[in-house]
Design a protein around this ligand. Structure first.
Ligand SMILES: [Zn+2]
Ligand SMILES: [Zn+2]
Length: 493
């Protein structure tokens, strides 16, 4: 089944994943805040990306660059000149539209033929009373529109105390440029040999005119980008190194999304057409995901050739080359850029994890997150909150497990209800402490020191000794097999 955006938005708000920014003041356009569970999910996502693409690879290093960069960076990168949309402004109400959008909007019309009555007319249609077509502002219906002007999507600000042209700075519209301008620093300090990559995860800003679709397109967002430098004179498996590595990265990124739960049928590759390619790009391939809004870009993997390093060499006057020991010559590496958005990936994982099913005549909502993505790994639940020994044992278990994972304690409802709540936020395992665990001192009965683990996906249970919990979860939470645990520690029927 495909979940609707409305369902996701409402779940995200209700369960503390994502809130509208500054909501008590009416909200900020297309800005969102990650709540207590959202921030855990987002951190897990970024940590996995970093672990798999940086930590585990000998050919990768990371950086964390500042958001404010030298304005020349954006001149060299082409953003100052080209990162623009043609816009028209209403001279009356000052509203701004994308030039190519104006005729796709319903328009307001004060019709002379009907004593100036106000009508809203469907996009691109004439007035049915006077036959007029839209010439004025579609929104207020009164103002003339300016001729199209190029509107830069970068957020502009001023560095230092004086607001003058010389102190203009921009919030970075992408993280990639920091890898290019630090190429020499990283190369020299880390003594790297081609091929190698520099990764960075961080905020970027784009003053989109038409943001929307929840966290799919926002003005402030987080990126995870890699610039992978290769020697274009080399061949790998009989192919030019840049082409070989481009394909490798496409395959690796696809495998990564699958590994953490995106279903095959919701993923596809899309090759950019020749006329769609940036002038410096040799080839670009998008990984598309079937979002609730339809197929859209999840990430892009571009072969940017030597464009960026050459541009920065030209504008900075510094040499940004690599010395090829074998050929005894300086070369400008080619770069393959796998660029993804954290927020967009998070939305895809959320949408893919969302499941509704019927269990004993009741609807069960489950987020089937991969355990490594799940915001909360384990919930510890006392079966009876009035029994001190049970509550104490449950708190102690939570404290022990919390040294390694995000673990919560909850006693605010009956057990069935508590399970459903954890299902709805994707917690893979619940641990229940009951009378058997602690025994009954009044009756002189000793506890068995065992607790019940309940598996989110199968709703199956296992009965395990408390001291075995940490070991079992280390295995299960890194992809271990639940069936094995369930057969080794069967729960009493
Ligand atoms: Zn009319
Ligand atoms: Zn107007």
């Amino acid at each position: 089944m495909t979940v609707t955006m409305d369902t996701l938005v409402s779940l995200c708000k209700r369960r503390g994943f994502v809130f509208q920014s500054s909501e008590i003041y009416g909200g900020t356009g297309s800005c969102y805040d990650y709540g207590p569970l959202g921030v855990e999910l987002k951190n897990n996502l970024k940590r996995l990306w970093w672990r798999d693409f940086v930590q585990n690879r000998p050919d990768m290093v990371g950086i964390d660059a500042s958001i404010l960069m030298h304005p020349m960076v954006w001149k060299a990168s082409g953003h100052l000149e080209n990162f623009t949309d043609p816009m028209v402004d209403c001279r009356e109400c000052k509203l701004r539209f994308r030039a190519d959008d104006v005729d796709t909007l319903a328009w307001t019309h004060y019709c002379e033929a009907t004593k100036g009555n106000k009508f809203t007319i469907p996009a691109a249609e004439p007035c049915s009373h006077c036959g007029a077509r839209r010439t004025l502002c579609p929104d207020c219906g009164k103002g003339e529109l300016t001729p199209p002007r190029r509107f830069n999507l970068m957020f502009k600000t001023f560095m230092g105390p004086v607001e003058e042209e010389a102190s203009v700075a921009y919030l970075r519209p992408e993280t990639a440029q920091a890898m290019f301008v630090n190429f020499e620093n990283v190369l020299q300090s880390m003594r790297l040999k081609l091929p190698f990559g520099i990764a960075q995860a961080g905020r970027s800003f784009r003053n989109e005119i038409t943001p929307g679709n929840f966290i799919f397109r926002t003005r402030e967002f987080e990126q995870m980008e890699i610039e992978y430098f290769v020697n274009p004179r080399e061949t790998v498996e009989g192919r030019p190194a840049d082409e070989y590595w481009h394909d490798r990265w496409i395959a690796d990124c696809m495998a990564w999304f699958r590994r953490y739960g995106l279903r095959e049928e919701n993923l596809r590759l899309r090759e950019h057409e020749k006329d769609e390619l940036s002038h410096y790009s040799k080839r670009t391939v998008d990984i598309d995901y079937r979002f609730p809004i339809g197929w859209s870009e999840l990430m892009g993997i571009a072969n940017r050739t030597d464009f960026d390093l050459k541009q920065h060499a030209k504008f900075s006057g510094k040499s940004l080359t690599y010395f090829d020991e074998e050929r005894k010559e300086h070369i400008v590496p080619y770069v393959v850029e796998p660029a993804s958005g954290v927020d967009r990936a998070l939305l895809a994982f959320l949408a893919d994890a969302y499941t509704e099913e019927e269990v004993r005549g009741e609807k069960r909502v489950v987020l089937r997150f991969h355990p490594e993505l799940a915001p909360v790994k384990v919930a510890v639940l006392p079966l009876l909150k009035k029994r001190d020994e049970i509550v104490k044992a449950a708190h102690a278990i939570r404290a022990t497990l919390a040294r390694e994972w995000r673990v919560v304690y909850d006693d605010t409802a009956a057990i069935g209800r508590l399970y459903r709540r954890q299902d709805e936020v994707g917690t893979p395992y619940c641990v229940t402490v009951d009378v058997q665990t602690v025994g009954d001192s009044d009756k002189g009965e000793a506890g068995d020191g065992k607790v019940t683990i309940r598996d989110r996906d199968s709703m199956g249970q296992a009965r395990v000794p408390i001291e075995a919990l940490t070991g079992i979860f280390r295995d299960l939470l890194s992809g271990g097999d639940w069936a094995k645990v369930a057969s080794e520690f069967p729960a009493a029927k």
